[in-house]
Design a protein around this ligand. Structure first.
Ligand SMILES: Cc1cc2nc3c(=O)[nH]c(=O)nc-3n(C[C@H](O)[C@H](O)[C@H](O)COP(=O)(O)OP(=O)(O)OC[C@H]3O[C@@H](n4cnc5c(N)ncnc54)[C@H](O)[C@@H]3O)c2cc1C
Length: 464
């Protein structure tokens, strides 16, 4: 069948006007935040109901058309990219919080609910949705589930997985499954809900998600500490964790801070220049907690781990300190960064970082490297900035050659080649550094069970 005929059929499955094929839409909906692949979808479909999603999947199976589930397209692994004539299925018209249950503390969300929208909904109810990161204003719950998104509060609240009470999914065969039915306790065999979390849309569509909400944190207070060297950051983490329940522990390098200062709209934390900075946050519920934080800070200074520091005294100061960390990704995106999002156990972070730093220093002597990340979770973001004189393709090719050494080091430490950004297309060739051949074979068998014709997001996680 011709493309034109396929598009005409697709139009009969959704409401009038809910299939787009104009160049701007194909370009916008065919890509995520990565810049590695040129978008080239066949069309964009916007279902408004679960039945319409099922109809699209059944049609795609009949016509052997590949489908790409699309959220806010803020992904950093090209998992939502449509570069091969796929139909992108976008949830912009399935974007409502459908119900709230006060006693279960849950919100039933359509997949297109924006992460921030759920956070604000929780706030209106006097509650809290804790999964948070810089792209929360654009990313969607369906996409967050697709990537099992982490972010800046994982040290206390865990990943998106921890907050999914139940899911409705349409599998690659077109079946509608209701998974876990929002129960806290449910010991009835395999928990299929968990398979769809982090599946990057390769098993089917999330068409409804019941998300758990939590107690609202009290008087969140942040500290930014300037560390003497990288080796000082982990003892600082341990010292604070021994005294306080942290809600965040992030780090960034002097180069990251310099980029933020270059924007001109964020105040410097303090004057002392340090090679690394830690941002930690806790609930200052009582005077004693704040005093314990200050005493721990003094201890860290006495030990020579910390050179300077500041503690937020107001909501405005809290926001300003967070900008130092939260604005990094967006600010460096100007330099088309090549990103690695790697993790090891917390205990191994110092040795691991030294090894990685040596590799990067040897192989990227001319490139500017910006380190930051969720160090309290053992998660480091290694960003290599593109020099102006290199083309994008030359630059990415150079970076890819060094990946081998970076990922061999990840493997040596039993770490992950993708802590929270997913595999998508940018990391799929490196999956064996983190998952065994046997594991990958089981993963492919699971995909085949849910998606026997391979129509769901082909080429993501595994090569085509
Ligand atoms: C500035 C910036 C900061 C970021 N910081 C973090 C961070 O701290 N932590 C973190 O984890 N991530 C971070 N990210 C990455 C990104 O925001 C997350 O991966 C997010 O979860 C992606 O959501 P999305 O809606 O944009 O999904 P998309 O990029 O649209 O899609 C992601 C994946 O989910 C699939 N998908 C989308 N909708 C559905 C659905 N309804 N059913 C099934 N599959 C679906 C897609 O096919 C794709 O495989 C950051 C990104 C940016 C740009």
């Amino acid at each position: 069948m011709t493309d034109v005929a396929l598009i005409e059929q697709l139009k009969t499955l959704v409401e009038p006007g809910k299939v787009l094929t104009d160049a701007d839409s194909l370009n916008a909906y065919g890509k995520d935040w990565t810049k590695h692949f040129a978008p080239a979808p066949l069309a964009i479909a916007f279902p408004k109901t679960i039945e319409q999603v099922q109809a699209i999947v059944r049609w795609a199976n009949e016509q052997k058309v590949a489908l790409v589930p699309s959220g806010g397209r803020t992904g950093l692994s090209a998992a939502a990219v449509a570069a091969n004539g796929e139909v992108v299925v976008a949830f912009d018209y399935m974007n409502q919080v459908l119900a709230f249950n006060e006693f279960d503390r849950t919100a039933v969300c359509q997949p297109g609910v924006v992460t921030k929208q759920l956070q604000l909904f929780a706030e209106e109810k006097g509650l809290y949705y804790p999964v948070d990161f810089a792209s929360a204003g654009s990313s969607q719950i369906g996409g967050n589930i697709g990537t099992n998104a982490g972010g800046i509060k994982v040290i206390r609240y865990g990943m998106t997985r921890n907050w999914v009470a139940g899911l409705k999914v349409v599998t690659g065969k077109g079946d509608l499954l209701e998974l876990n039915k929002d129960l806290i306790k449910n010991a009835t065999g395999y928990d299929l809900r968990q398979l769809f979390i982090g599946a990057e849309g390769t098993l089917g569509f999330v068409v409804e998600a019941t998300m758990r909400l939590d107690r609202k944190p009290q008087n969140l207070t942040a500290m930014v500490l300037g560390a003497a060297d990288f080796d000082s950051i982990m003892p600082v983490l341990h010292a604070f964790q021994n005294k306080l329940d942290l809600t965040a522990f992030e780090f960034f390098s002097d180069k990251a801070l310099a980029k933020i200062m270059g924007r001109g709209d964020v105040p410097a934390p303090f004057e002392t220049e340090c090679p690394f900075y830690a941002l930690l946050e806790f609930e200052a519920t009582t005077e004693e907690v704040a005093e314990a934080a200050l005493a721990t800070f003094e201890h860290c200074v006495e030990q020579g781990w910390v050179l300077d520091g500041v503690m937020s005294q107001s909501e405005q100061q809290l926001q300003n300190l967070w900008k130092l960390r939260e604005y990094i990704s967006e600010t460096i995106s100007h330099w088309t960064p090549y990103k690695n999002d790697i993790s090891v156990t917390v205990a191994q972070v110092p040795a691991f970082l030294h090894d990685i730093d040596a590799i990067v220093g040897e192989h990227y002597p001319d490139f500017e490297i910006v380190w930051f990340g969720h160090i309290g979770d053992g998660n480091l973001h290694l960003n290599i900035l593109k020099p102006d004189n290199l083309s994008k393709d030359e630059f990415f090719a150079k970076c890819a050659t060094v990946n081998k050494w970076v990922f061999e080091t990840v493997q040596k430490y039993n770490g992950s080649i993708s802590a929270e950004h997913g595999v998508g297309m940018t990391k799929r060739d490196y999956l064996t550094y983190s998952r065994s051949e046997a594991e990958i074979a089981y993963m492919k068998a699971i995909k085949a069970a849910f998606d026997p014709n391979g129509i769901m997001n082909p080429g993501k996680i595994f090569a085509l």
